[in-house]
Write a protein that binds this ligand. Structure first.
Ligand code: ADP
Ligand code: ADP
Length: 223
């Protein structure tokens, strides 16, 4: 079974916008890029896959489980585009709350949380309040939260937007590392460079519709 199978997946908002007829398959362990300008429909598509909004037509599965079901949600981690953290909490506390939401046992969480913070590169700052984190650090904290349930697939919505070049590079290398470990990655981005450096296959989205999809190097050479 593929990691993602979407068939004519469609969300039409009341104003007629959204994303239409998206049909894609993403294999296990693949890094897939969803490239398009702002307003193309990338977030709308991912929100359907993670179960945040209902499609108005079409269907999709994650590892064979219908989207929106607990089985599908249990497989995934999601880093939304705009994540507001409770700034009075420490980074460690934020991840701990996520671990509780995922019903991860305390003893497991005690071991896992410091490892995760270390892995995303904020291990030294776990006891600092989020208030004092830079945007890049907040993004990495978001990744730690998304990874807390050891997901088979990770959805990333514009992970490096609003970040400076250094933060962007750090997030990129972290994603490379995760990919190397076999986790499936679905990356929304308006940055060609992000998709090009990480992804094997991609879809080009504009105005809610897929213009092309296939191997990254083939699509980019055709431009
Ligand atoms: P992207 O993630 O590529 O920037 P979005 O999925 O956020 O694109 O938006 C796709 C289109 O749908 C845009 O035209 C946007 O204005 C519109 N849109 C997004 N969310 C809503 C909503 N809740 N209600 C109405 N229109 C929306
Ligand atoms: P749902 O489709 O789940 O009911 P809503 O339509 O209430 O969601 O809106 C979801 C989010 O999208 C809200 O944060 C809302 O402010 C935002 N939104 C609403 N209309 C638009 C739009 N035209 N373009 C972009 N975002 C929008």
């Amino acid at each position: 079974t593929p990691a993602i199978e979407a068939v004519s997946l469609t969300k039409e908002y009341d104003n007629g916008r959204g994303c239409r007829n998206v049909t894609i398959t993403v294999g296990k362990g693949e890094a897939f890029g969803f490239l398009g300008p702002n307003g193309a429909g990338k977030s709308t598509f991912v929100k359907m896959l993670v179960g945040l909004i209902h499609p108005t037509a079409g269907s999709a599965t994650l590892f064979g489980h219908k989207i929106g079901t607990l089985e599908a949600k249990g497989q995934m981690g999601y880093l939304p585009e705009l994540y507001r953290y409770q700034e009075w909490l420490t980074g460690e506390e934020v991840v701990r709350l996520h671990a509780r939401l995922c019903r991860i046992e305390r003893s497991v969480a005690d071991k896992r949380i410091p490892e995760l913070l270390q892995e995303v590169g904020i291990g030294q700052r776990g006891k600092d309040r989020v208030k004092h984190y830079s945007k890049g650090m907040q993004q990495r904290l978001g990744l730690a939260c998304a990874l807390v349930n050891d997901p088979a697939i990770l959805f990333l919505d514009e992970p490096s937007s609003a970040m400076d070049p250094i933060g962007r590079k750090e997030v990129r290398s972290l994603l490379e590392k995760l990919k190397g470990r076999g986790i499936t990655i679905f990356l929304n981005s308006h940055l060609l460079g992000d998709v090009e450096s990480l992804c094997d296959r991609m879809a080009l989205l504009n105005n809610g519709e897929i213009l092309r999809h296939g191997k990254v190097n083939e699509i980019l050479n055709k431009r």
